[in-house]
Design a protein around this ligand. Structure first.
Ligand SMILES: Nc1ncnc2c1ncn2[C@@H]1O[C@H](COP(=O)(O)OP(=O)(O)OP(=O)(O)O)[C@@H](O)[C@H]1O
Length: 232
C-alpha cells in the first residue's frame, strides 16, 4: 500500500477578488521507504504541495491520504496525533530556540506534548549518535554552524519516530560541503532507518539523493522519473 496517496488535488488562493489556482489537479502516490525530490521553478507550488501533504493546510478540493486516511475527513484529534507521531518537518532556517541547548531543542516536542523526559532519554542518546553531535549536546544554536543547527532540527524531527519526514529546502541555507553532509545524513535516515522522505529543493545536488523526482511546473506535475538526468 502507498503511505501517501494524492488524488485530484487542487489548491486555490484568494488574491484580492481573484482566485488563483496554485495546484491544478495533482495525483500521485508515495510508497513506504521512497525518497522523493520535488523540483521546479519558483512559484510553481512546491511548498504549497508540501504543506498539504503534511496536513499543515487544507486543499480546495481533492484529497491527501496518509496510511489510507484522508486528512480532510479525519477528526482534529487524529490529525494532531498524526502530525506528532507520523510526520516530521525540517525547514530551511532550522527554527531552533536560540537559548535552549541542543538536547533541549531536540526534546522540545516531548516537552510541549507533556510527556516525561526520562522516558525519552535513551531515544535522545540514540538520535544524538545518529546526527554525530555527542560532544555538542550542551551547546546552544548560536554556538553551532548552520550544518550543525540543521542536524539538531533533523534530530528534533526524529524524536517521535515519524514514518514520514517532509523537508522544505533543507540545504538551501548551507554551503555545498555542509549541504552534502546533510544530504548524506538524509540518505542514511532513508536507507538505514527506512523513513519515507519528501523534499522540496532547487538544488540538483540535493535532488539526486532522491529515489524518485517529481517535476512541478505551474501547479502541474510534468514529470516523475527515477534519476535527475531524466528530469533536468
Ligand atoms: N497563502 C497564500 N496566499 C496567496 N497566495 C499564495 C499563498 N501561498 C502561496 N501562494 C502563491 O502560490 C504560488 C506558489 O507558491 P509556492 O511557495 O508553493 O511555490 P514554490 O514552488 O514553493 O516557490 P519557491 O520555489 O519560490 O519557494 C505563488 O504564486 C505564491 O505567491
Amino acid at each position: 500500500m502507498s503511505i501517501i496517496e494524492v488524488k485530484n488535488l487542487i489548491k486555490s488562493f484568494k488574491v484580492g477578488k481573484e482566485s488563483v489556482e496554485v495546484l491544478k489537479d495533482i495525483s500521485f502516490n508515495v510508497k513506504e521507504g521512497e525518497f522523493i525530490s520535488i523540483m521546479g521553478p519558483s512559484g510553481g507550488g512546491k511548498s504549497t504541495l508540501l504543506y498539504l501533504l503534511g496536513g499543515l493546510d487544507k486543499p480546495t478540493s481533492g484529497s491527501v491520504s496518509i496510511d489510507g486516511k484522508d486528512l480532510s475527513t479525519i477528526k482534529k484529534k487524529e490529525i494532531s496525533w498524526m502530525r506528532r507521531n507520523k510526520i516530521g518537518f525540517v525547514f530551511q532556517f532550522y527554527n531552533l530556540v536560540p537559548n535552549l541547548s541542543v538536547e533541549d531543542n531536540i526534546m522540545l516536542p516531548i516537552i510541549l506534548d507533556g510527556k516525561k523526559l526520562k522516558d525519552y532519554q535513551k531515544k535522545l542518546d540514540d538520535i544524538i549518535d545518529i546526527i554525530g553531535m555527542q560532544d555538542k549536546r550542551k551547546l546552544t544554536p548560536r554556538e553551532l554552524s548552520g550544518g550543525q543547527q540543521q542536524r539538531v532540527a533533523i534530530a528534533r524531527a526524529l524524536i517521535f519516530e515519524p514514518d514520514i519526514i517532509f523537508l522544505d529546502e533543507p540545504i538551501g541555507n548551507l554551503d555545498s560541503k555542509a549541504g552534502t553532509e546533510i544530504m548524506k545524513l538524509f540518505k542514511k535516515i532513508n536507507q538505514e532507518y527506512g523513513k519515507t522522505l519528501i523534499q522540496v529543493t532547487h538544488s540538483v545536488n540535493a535532488a539526486k539523493y532522491g529515489t524518485s523526482i517529481i517535476k512541478l511546473i505551474d501547479g502541474e506535475i510534468v514529470d516523475r522519473e527515477k534519476s535527475i538526468e531524466q528530469v533536468v
